[in-house]
Design a binder for this molecule. Sequence first.
Ligand code: ACO
Length: 402
Amino acid sequence: AIEIAKLRGQSGLITLDPGFKNTGSTRSSITFLDGEKGILRYRGYNIEDLAEKSNFLEVSYLLIYGELPTQEQYDQFANEITYHTLVHEDIKKILDGFPSVAHPMGVLSSLICSLTAFYPTSLDPNRTDEEIKLSIVRLMAKLPTFAAWAYKNKMGHPANYPDNSLDYCSNFMKMMFALPAEKYDVDPIIANALDKLLILHADHEQNCSTSTVRIVGSSQASIYASISAGINALWGPLHGGANQSVIEMLEAIKEDGGDTKKYLDKAKDKNDPFRLMGFGHRVYKNFDPRAKIIKKAADDVLDKLGVDDPVLDIAKELEEAALNDQYFVDRKLYPNVDFYSGIIYRALGIPTDMFTVMFALGRLPGWIAQWKEMRENNEPIGRPRQVYTGANERPYVSMKER
Ligand code: ACO
């Protein structure tokens, strides 16, 4: 709607688009998405090809620098990231200050933001491209360490240091699950499954957290502060937090006797705030292509690991019922990326409140690429307008006369 703001004492016309449902905020060459056809491409490469043939660090390089790396570029990128996985010991003191009930997403965003204190040159708006490159490597290297530490804090276990002999995902799994004085070998099936999930989450154009990263970055805030803000935006249940909510919902259905129809009816009831978590998407009005890949991966991973999860059967039953229900058909509500991802995370041994952290791990290169593009485009500070609906000019009334 274009509202005449003038009527309310403002001048000019304002395009009013709550939730920015149809407002473009930027020109971007990173991710192409066709929600009607269910197409997703990073830098022109189909997500299906990348998930099958590439690996997470290669996809990260592609997103951040625009091209698939040569072997030499890849090795350099991977080596630099490996070199920077350690974090300053004082960051552990910050970690120790969090109670064990702290949600790992809050811990993660705080630790990432703390990098502004350890690398204060990141605050300088005139930082060089070389400094930015180093910040990018640091973020890619340290976020898995922080993520694993957030989990260890919750468990009350000592934090594990990175093992730089391992690849990106294996190192993360070892930091998460290794216990003192116990040998821990990462199962390659688990590391590969995680790598694929991270690729599928790596970017998704101007979603809530990415827009947050760009808008915070547009004020020339540090890249660490911008990514920290993105983590907080991702946390909400309508965005990345949905993966946690999906499993909680599926478990509640299981506990309640597995009656999927009852929950489908609840989701359709406009007087009931319940929504079918993991269903619907602002942009996809067709199958989310990531959900298709993840559904198959969930079957494969559970099969390979010999895990029998009754929640997967409930998920499939719910999907089948929703796809044949007029309410969901009319509104083009399909499973999104979060519907099956939690089932894989569970099979990998990752606890529910770490699911959104896993999403952040995957989304990191996308946020970085979008922040970098925003900077390179010299984009103006993000500052939406509003249509004022409050009181007109009023005389001040002193407190004793109120
Ligand atoms: N269950 C039941 N009804 C739904 C659902 C759902 N999951 N999603 C949308 N609808 C209905 C709405 O009630 C509305 O119905 P109406 O037209 O009769 O009023 C219609 O479908 C359109 O929904 P909106 O909320 O207007 O769509 P919007 O684009 O604003 O929301 C969103 C998209 C937030 C993803 C929504 O579908 C939702 O809440 N889904 C559940 C949460 C979820 O899975 N989020 C993860 C998204 S993917 C991601 O962030 C990685």
